[in-house]
Design a binder for this molecule. Sequence first.
Ligand code: 5GP
Length: 206
Amino acid sequence: MTTGYSKRNFLIILSAPSGGGKSTIKNEILEKSEKMEYSVSYTTRAPRGSEKDEVDYFFVTENKFLELKVKNEFLESALVHGNWYGTSRSFIESKFNQGKHVIMDIDIQGAESIRKSDIDSVSIFILPPDLEILEKRLRDRGTDNEESIRKRLYNARKEIEKISDYEYLVINDDLNDAVTEIEAIIKAEENKVKRYNKIESKFYGG
Ligand code: 5GP
């Protein structure tokens, strides 16, 4: 039992090639653990369909976004297809203060910026067993045309070159196994000595 010990929470970064299964894995982990929160980003794009403000994104104007950017609110930000997106520092810190870990899926550049920031994070790369399986998953998904599939496979090779920047690698052969492995990584990371608060005072007082 670790009753009475307080531990610091951290950010879990998931990256994977498109079709690698990171969204499914992320959703599964969020569903299974009350201690886990999804990182809600800011964006300047308009909400789509049933998307809700503060749930899917914080939807803001470009002026507001740039104002927040200047104030160092974003751990990283990027212009994607003409719209700004940014990972919110204050959102993540408020979840840490509520005793939660925060999980996010992000591309390799975003992950690199976050690793360089002062936020405590653990980065995990998720990979399908091989490129043939990745291609099959992209085709089975039925959402991409041939050109888009080719582009995603090309990008996957580039992304895979960055694996050594990550702390952990999980092969997503079986979804349940991949989720179990990520849960084990989170458990081990929670027990790192650096994440216990004031361990000495528990024994020596003061
Ligand atoms: P969508 O508009 O379809 O929700 O997202 C468009 C793209 O923006 C996706 O590739 C998504 O991963 C990326 N994106 C969403 N939030 C963030 C963020 O906070 N930072 C960065 N760098 N990219 C993001």
